[in-house]
Ligand binder design. Structure first.
Ligand SMILES: Nc1nc2c(c(=O)[nH]1)N[C@H]1C(S)=C(S)[C@@H](COP(=O)(O)O)O[C@H]1N2
Ligand SMILES: [Mo]
Length: 303
């Protein structure tokens, strides 16, 4: 499959966790699932800003996974309780081959790649994450998308006994998300299975989570158990909770502020307390790859 997108973050930017990205580390991480791991497949030019991926510690101890509580430390504290084995994903709706797909069977058909992406939360913090994963388009191809499908709906695992945060009606559980089909099929859109060549930790959405790097972080739904192809726009968790503040598209856009704060700048996690905020980039820096998807659309109206 041809990758026509440009990635300005490379394997060389990975430090000090670069040790995990040795061939041996990657192969070991992938061996359990019988995978072929390919590192640094992106066409890489060194980023002009000298971006560096965040550390494993920074990525795995400051999280949003409200099923385990709303404090940033709650997911790392509680998500270990989540049963992630066995895992299957129900793929249904407008597909040729609906069914419950066991994770092992999915992984045996996918090629795991490394994708170093910027990640921008709607709360205006950001970091850089070296994901491992496969393109969502490749998984949808396995299920066979029917011509009438126009959207893709996603659902997170829900077991209230394992997820203390779900005892409060913070969101309408299970957490649900959605993409337009062309967004879902875009080569930048991946299902992540790991970070730094290691299995995805539960707090980051083990064993399988969506990553859409040009959208606010909440679109990147964790611990996915169901993918449904639909004809109409599916409901999404944050839009249901507060439609005025969280739209369906939620593309990163420095020109469209959140009703309660500016989206023009962001705080890079790990930058230190004296570091200045950084300018937020249109589509989180992926405009060249994805702006065409929204040609002719009013991005203020379709926020
Ligand atoms: N199921 C589920 N998915 C979720 C969330 C959540 O609370 N529940 N939080 C979202 C938000 S707001 C962000 S910023 C990212 C955080 O991902 P990370 O913890 O891996 O950085 O996950 C997103 N996916
Ligand atoms: Mo977020």
């Amino acid at each position: 499959m041809a990758h026509r997108w440009k990635n300005d973050l490379t394997e060389r930017d990975v430090t000090p966790e670069g040790a995990w990205l040795t061939r041996r580390g990657l192969m070991a991480g992938a061996a359990g699932a019988g995978l072929m791991a390919l590192a640094g497949r992106g066409q890489a030019a060194e980023g002009p800003e000298g971006l560096e991926p965040n550390t494993w510690e920074e990525i795995t101890t400051y999280n949003n996974f409200y099923e385990f509580g709303t404090d940033k430390a709650d997911p790392a504290r509680h998500a270990d309780a989540m049963t992630i084995e066995p895992w299957s994903v129900r793929i249904d709706g407008l597909v040729e081959r609906p069914g419950d797909y066991a994770l092992e069977d999915i992984l045996s058909r996918m090629t795991i790649e490394e994708r170093i992406y910027r990640f921008r939360c709607v709360e205006a913090w950001s970091r850089v994450v070296p994901w491992n994963g496969f393109e969502l388009a490749d998984l949808l191809e396995v299920a066979g998308v029917r011509p009438a499908a126009r959207y893709v709906a996603f659902e997170t695992y829900l077991d209230r006994s394992e997820m203390p945060g779900t005892r409060l009606p913070v969101l309408d559980w299970p957490y649900v998300e959605g993409l337009r089909l062309d967004e879902a099929m875009h080569p930048l859109t991946i299902m992540a299975t790991g970070i730094y060549g290691r299995d995805l930790p539960p707090q980051n959405g083990a064993p399988l989570r969506l990553v859409v790097p040009w959208k606010y972080g909440f679109k990147s739904i964790k611990s996915v158990v169901r993918i449904t192809l639909t004809e109409s726009e599916p409901p999404t968790a944050w839009n249901k909770a507060n439609p005025r503040e969280y739209g369906f598209y939620s593309n990163v856009n420095p020109e469209v502020d959140h009703p309660r704060w500016s989206q023009a700048t962001e705080r890079r996690i790990g930058a230190g307390i004296f570091a200045s905020r950084e300018p937020t980039l249109m589509f989180n820096g992926y405009a060249e790859e994805v702006a065409d998807l929204y040609a002719g659309m009013d991005l203020t109206e379709n926020f």
